[in-house]
Design a protein around this ligand. Sequence first.
Ligand SMILES: [Zn+2]
Length: 136
Amino acid sequence: MLQERGELLYGSERADIAAFLRFSWPFELPVVEPIDLNGQPSLIVWVNIDAGALAVSLKDDPADVLTYIADAEHRWRARGTRRMICSCGSDVHEVSVGYQLDEAGKNAWIVTGTRCPDCGLLASPVDWNIERGLVA
Ligand SMILES: [Zn+2]
């Protein structure tokens, strides 16, 4: 369930990320997919706002072992990339990815959502337009 505190929204479970994205995004998101790595939902999140890209890694992995979200890999740049740290100090987040479809039913826009497992803070760190032909 989404809870509002000040201007921020919090969630009590990972499924709240989907509710948050559908509440925040002005277009329909028919699919919102939770991201796990090796069955782990609490991930380090790397964001490059300028490149419009997001990647995740396991907390115990070296920082250069990244799993890119959707088509983010070909745009990825080390410059401008930041590791997400919650205002409560947590360095891991749960991540879900929403897919907005175009009229033909193809992925048109990627919307990322995160929830801090410690304080519940919900965020949508970056979204981007899918480049045609790269994602089936
Ligand atoms: Zn937090």
